[in-house]
Design a protein around this ligand. Structure first.
Ligand code: UD1
Length: 434
């Protein structure tokens, strides 16, 4: 499918480009926050559960959405943009339940199609996603849960082969509240006979959004947002029109930007209720935030102050915010301590911040960050989506020029980061890849 041109900056399919950032005036103005990437990818996966035309609104122009579009097209679905940020998905009566390694290896979230394909077709063949920059990232909980619902699972030649003539509702306790496993179980269980109860389920806002989507389709999913989710499966499902929750991680990027550059900004469409714990922590760091009608206001009147932060599953401070927090602490007054509890290897980008003069020592799951008045601009590489955004905002507090390379990672998850920061007054631009 050919997507409309992006309004600003290279589109998601554009040639490689670097991002150049220099420190400048405090930020002022407004940014519109889009729909949550981590919700939309799963909602797109969930469309395969029923035949007909689905409509998703507020869909960000990011390359992970392009990858999910290609994946659905490979199943036989037809996708088309309806103007602006509206995406239609036409799901045919019969789909091909095969997710190739080529697409799955581009984006781990592709594993979200396993549950719905199995539910719809009684079988699914999905490539194993493999590891990434946060470590090995197994899917053992997804597979064990689907087996509990009655699926036969075989892993061979790099693919998961799942088959189930009938799925049956069951109790599914999770050893850890995995977001992806909770989502796959919820989607598979909509087709299971009887009741499925997920215990120790993930509670992220994107889980509640997926439950709302499934319920609109005709499913009965109860308790999403709490640790116990009940799915009464087996009912008929149909297509829906849905607007996802807003992207709390994108919201956090602009909070970090204003924290580092100073100034006063409004984030339209943000849902502050989803960032409560982070906003409390940012308050300790001197960043003021306030809920306003239709969004979130933020002001950074003083230099940031160091604090201690621990990442945890929702409602704790999300692991996706962690690189942004480390970037802020690099420029804060005092010594900050960050403990990463969700992913074993999520400090790999720290070396890039150190190249910019940050004083950070990583010991196991902890990073000790001694704040500096200023960082020093340098060429750096984005190692993943969120680390890339963190390097860009760190550049707002670095003397001279910061050149962020490998920006395809940033384009996977952040729509028009450069255009938005520039509209707030930042000195930032695209440049052909060096
Ligand atoms: C999702 C988000 C990601 C976020 C993460 C945690 C998407 C596309 N990605 O990832 O941005 O950082 O939630 O909030 O929505 N684990 C296992 N076995 C499993 C599943 C998970 O050991 O079968 C482990 C993981 O390695 C990790 C932890 O559980 O250490 C959390 O992973 P999980 O919540 O599943 O994250 P994702 O769904 O992959």
């Amino acid at each position: 499918m050919i997507r409309p041109e992006d309004a600003a900056g290279p589109g998601t399919g554009a040639p490689p480009a670097d991002i150049l950032v220099r420190p400048g005036a405090p930020l002022r103005g407004e940014v519109q926050i889009g729909g949550a990437k981590n919700s939309i990818l799963k909602l797109l996966a969930a469309t395969t559960l029923a035949e007909g035309r689905f409509t998703l609104r507020r869909v960000p122009r990011i390359s992970d959405v392009d990858t999910m579009v290609e994946l659905l097209e490979s199943f036989g679905c037809r996708l088309s943009y309806g103007g602006g940020d509206v995406l239609h998905v036409d799901v045919p009566e019969r789909i091909r339940p095969h997710a190739s390694y080529d697409l799955v290896s581009r984006m781990r979230a592709s594993i979200a199609v396993l549950g719905p394909l199995l539910a719809r077709c009684g079988e699914a063949v999905v490539a194993l996603p493999g590891g990434d920059d946060f470590g090995s990232r197994p899917i053992d909980m997804h597979l064990a849960a689907l087996e509990r619902l009655g699926a036969d699972i075989e892993v061979s030649h790099g693919y998961v082969h799942a088959r189930a003539d009938v799925l049956k509702g069951e109790e599914v306790p999770l050893a850890w509240p995995s977001v992806g496993a909770t989502e796959n179980i919820m989607m598979a269980a909509t087709a299971a006979e009887g009741r499925t109860v997920i215990d120790n389920a993930a509670r992220e806002p994107e889980i509640a959004d997926l439950a709302a989507f499934l319920n609109r389709m005709g499913a009965e999913v109860l308790g999403a947002g709490s640790p116990t989710i009940t799915i009464n499966g087996g009912g008929p499902l149909g297509p829906v029109d849905h607007t996802p929750v807003s992207d709390r991680i994108e919201t956090a990027v602009y909070l970090a930007a204003v924290g580092i550059a100073g100034g006063e900004i409004t984030l339209r469409g943000a849902q502050p209720g989803h960032l409560r714990m982070l906003c409390d922590k940012l308050g300790e760091m001197n960043l003021r935030t306030s809920t306003i009608k239709g969004g979130l206001w933020a002001m950074s009147p003083h230099r940031l102050r160091a604090t201690e932060i621990v990442t945890l599953p929702y409602p704790g401070v999300a692991t996706d915010y962690q690189p942004l927090v480390v970037a802020m602490l690099s420029l804060a007054d005092g010594v900050g301590l960050v403990t990463e509890n969700v992913f074993a290897n999520r400090f790999r980008y720290v070396g890039e911040l150190i190249r910019m003069g940050a004083d950070i020592r990583v010991e196991g799951r902890c990073a000790i960050v001694r704040g500096r008045e200023r960082l020093s601009g340098a060429p750096v590489r984005a190692t993943d989506i969120r680390a890339g955004a963190a390097l860009v905002v760190a550049g707002l507090g670095a003397e001279g020029e910061t050149i962020v390379r490998d920006t395809h990672h940033i384009r996977r998850g952040h729509e028009d980061l450069v255009g938005n920061l520039r509209s707030l007054g930042a000195d930032i631009s695209w440049s052909p890849a060096g």
